[in-house]
Ligand binder design. Sequence first.
Ligand SMILES: [Zn+2]
Length: 337
Amino acid sequence: MREALLYEKLPHSRVQCHTCQWRCKIGPGKYGVCGMYQNQDATLFNLNYSLVSSVAADPIEKKPLFHFFPGTLAFSLGTLGCNFHCQHCQNWEISMADGQTLTRSCREMTPEAQIELARQYDCQGVAWTYNEPAIWLEYTLDSAKLAKKSHLYTVYVTNGYSTPEALDAIGPYLDAWRVDIKGFSDHFYRDLAKVPHWRQILATAKRAKEKWNMHVEVVTNIIPTMNDDEQLTGIARWIHDELGELTPWHVTRFYPHHQLMHLSPTPVATLERACDIGRQAGLKFVYTGNVPGHSHENTVCYNCGHLIVERFGYQTTILGLVGSRCKFCGAELNFRT
Ligand SMILES: [Zn+2]
C-alpha cells in the first residue's frame, strides 16, 4: 500500500483522486470506481502497489504492438481491478476484483524484482497489461524508472483513461502507448464500458504521441451488432487526422466473453470490411487480430508493395526493414527497433 501520487484533500475528510478521468470524489473509508484506491482517514492510498496477479514473457506482438521492437519478448504483468466495466471483458476475473481479493490472489513483486525477472527471461522490455495499468500508477512509475535505467523498453496496454497529470508523471519513462479506442460515440462508451467523457481518451493518446514522443498503436475490438461502420469510420478518420497515417490500427476479432456470451465471434468478412474502412480513411497499416494466418497480419510497404514483416500468430520474420524504413524503397514505415 502506498499513498496515492495524484489526489487532493476535500472538506469533511473527503478526497478527490486524479489518477484517471473518473476523478472520483471518495468519502472516508470508501474506494474509487476501480476499487484500488481507498480513502483512509482523509489520505488516499493505492492498494495494489507491488501486487501482481499475472505474469508472462510474451511476444510483443501479443499486446498487440506490431511496429515496436518486432520479434522481441516483453515481460508482461498485471494486477487486479479496472476503471472500466466492459460487457465483453476478456479478463474479467482479474479486472472485476476488488481490494479485498488482492492479498488472496496476488503475489508481491517489487519493481527491482520485476526488472531482474525481465532480464532472466531474456525480455527486451516490460509491458503493464492484462488489467488497466493506469490504476497501478505508483508501481508502474517506479518500475518504469528502473526499466529505463536498465535499458529496457516500457509499454502501457491501456484503455487510455489516464488523466493528463498521470500521463505526464510517467511520460518521461514510457515508450509505447497501446490504446483501445472501442467506439466513437457517447452512447457506445456508455453502453459498453459505462464511462462518461470518453473523448478525453483521444486527447490523451495524442498527448502521449506529441508531448512524450511515445509510439502509439490503436486497437478496436469489432463486436458484432455494436460498433458499426459509422463508429469504425469515425475511429479511422480520427487516427489518420490526429495521430497520422502511419499509425498502426488493429481491428481484432471478438470472442464471446463475460456479459456478451450471447453474441457470435466476429465474422472474418466483417474484419476485412473494417480493414477496408481503415484504408479508405488513408491509414497505411491496418491489421486483423485474433485470426491466425490471415494475410492482413503482415506488414507490406505502402510505397513499393514488398513484404516487410511476415507474421503467423506470434511468429515474426523481419524481411525488409532498415531502422524504421523499407529496405527496398526507403519509405518511412513508423517502426521502432
Ligand atoms: Zn518500400
